[in-house]
Design a protein around this ligand. Structure first.
Ligand code: GRF
Length: 191
């Protein structure tokens, strides 16, 4: 079985990316080959250097730069781990059904343009649903509308603050995101 090569795209702190890199170190079928960050992230760069994962900072998602890096490294899968830019159409066409995103709510609630990070936690806090959670899904042309691979929920306790909601989301992300990536890729390899 040919090992599947993943590129991680990030815009923020990169805690999910670091967790994914650790999870797949020494994995028999899946390797994290490179990280592309749309912002300067020295901590992430050092983390990658220590683990022999290529790191690139590319602020402009001029399609070519991102796509070129992925194609040059024979990337099979692209994982968006807190990546805020819209994926251009030609990138989607090269990686159909092969780009995975994580969203910090139970889509379709609290998704769409402008709904990311703290804006999502604040919106959940204000509307006080009984449950919130995370969604891991494939990426298509529309923000947060691709096929859902998995969702994980937690109950919103009375008086929970936006920060506490964020903490519950993060706990789920760290625990579940790598496992869903692994399950989804390996399932397709077996079929
Ligand atoms: C995560 O909460 C993710 O769901 C959202 O952005 C955040 C990224 O955090 N899309 P980090 O960069 O992994 O720390």
């Amino acid at each position: 079985m040919k090992p599947q090569r993943i590129a991680l795209l990030i815009s923020g702190n990169g805690s999910n990316a670091r967790n994914i890199i650790q999870y797949f170190s020494n994995h028999p079928n899946i390797t994290i080959e490179l990280v592309i960050s749309s912002a300067t992230n020295q901590k992430m760069e050092e983390f990658c250097n220590d683990r022999r994962v290529s790191f690139f900072e590319i602020s402009n998602i001029s399609q070519n730069a991102y796509l070129e890096k992925c194609l040059n490294s024979s990337i099979d899968w692209v994982v968006l781990a807190g990546f805020l830019k819209k994926i251009p159409v030609d990138f989607l066409e090269k990686y159909p059904q092969r780009i995975i995103n994580i969203h910090p709510s139970l889509l379709p609630r609290f998704g769409g343009k402008g709904m990311y990070g703290k804006f999502v936690h604040q919106a959940v806090f204000e509307s006080k649903p009984s449950f919130s959670g995370i969604t891991i899904h494939l990426v298509n042309e529309e923000f947060d509308q691709g096929k859902v691979l998995a969702q994980f929920a937690f109950p919103l306790n009375e008086g929970m603050t936006a920060l506490e909601i964020e903490e519950s989301v993060r706990e789920l992300e760290i625990g579940e995101f790598p496992k869903v990536i692994e399950y989804h890729i390996e399932q397709l390899l077996i079929e």
